[in-house]
Design a protein around this ligand. Structure first.
Ligand SMILES: [Zn+2]
Ligand SMILES: [Zn+2]
Length: 251
């Protein structure tokens, strides 16, 4: 499984890109940077866009990408998530107000996008992607991706949580965990109320994670970037790395 970090920042400022991971060149996990990072021909090759939750930093490039690929593909691009998240995207994004409803453009029988609401899992080629609720607003989910070579957890955004760790612990051949740290230690109250980790709450969370695998951190809020890098460094956790834009991993 190939994972390329198109964006892993917790906000926008010059040079920063919000969350988007490209999986095996044709699947996106979140679309915070896909139109920004990929050429139009690469965008045309995306068959599935899997959305963790509808917050703007995770969907903001989706309207532009859909606009770019309009008329260029044989098949519609498929937007995938759990049913409530699909509902939010239909109602609040492609709603003919914020952006045209590309599920009926150019026609209902030949649309640019289709939606796929899945309860827990979807299989794409030899890759199985499972979705589990995490502690973040708007019905957010995290993911466990698995193929013949192993499994990777991508939690999406979350504060202290349970289910995805239970499922991660039960997953054999786990190769890596991607998760977030958004706010510095002094902002713990804000982090807790908004469903995010600080370095301190993340360290406490490690007790729930049994696997000893590399952990990759993303979603640092830009204003606190240097403080967070210092605090994460001070955790002195082996195998913990803050991802950088355009990092590529093979698992
Ligand atoms: Zn969010
Ligand atoms: Zn976010």
């Amino acid at each position: 499984m190939k994972i390329r970090v198109l964006g892993g920042d917790g906000g926008i400022a010059p040079g920063l890109r919000t969350t988007s991971f490209l999986i095996n060149d044709r699947i996106l996990i979140d679309a915070g940077a896909s139109a920004t990072a990929l050429s139009i021909s690469r965008q045309e090759s995306i068959d599935y866009v899997i959305i963790s939750h509808p917050h703007i930093d995770h969907v903001k490039d989706l309207p532009f990408m859909v606009d770019n690929i309009f008329g260029a593909r044989e098949k519609p691009m498929c937007i995938v998530s759990v049913p409530p998240v699909i509902g939010h995207i239909k109602k609040h994004l492609f709603n003919d107000i914020l952006w045209p409803d590309f599920a009926k453009i150019p026609s209902k029988s030949n649309p640019t996008i289709v939606y796929k609401a899945v309860k827990e899992r979807i299989k794409i080629d030899d890759l199985t992607i499972r979705m589990y609720s995490v502690n973040h607003p708007c019905n957010a989910v995290g993911f466990i991706l698995e193929d013949a070579n192993g499994a990777v957890t991508i939690t999406g955004e979350t504060g202290p949580t349970e289910l995805i760790w239970q499922k991660t612990n039960a997953t054999k051949r786990l190769k890596a965990i991607f998760t977030e740290i958004s706010f510095p230690i002094e902002q713990e109250a804000v982090a807790n109320i908004s469903g995010h980790f600080t370095p301190k709450t993340f360290r406490e969370e490690l007790r729930k994670i049994h696997a000893n695998v590399p952990m990759y951190i993303y979603h640092l809020k830009p204003r606190f970037n240097q403080t967070l890098l210092n605090e994460i460094h001070d955790l002195k956790i082996d195998n913990l790395t803050v991802v950088e834009q355009e990092d590529e991993f093979i698992f």
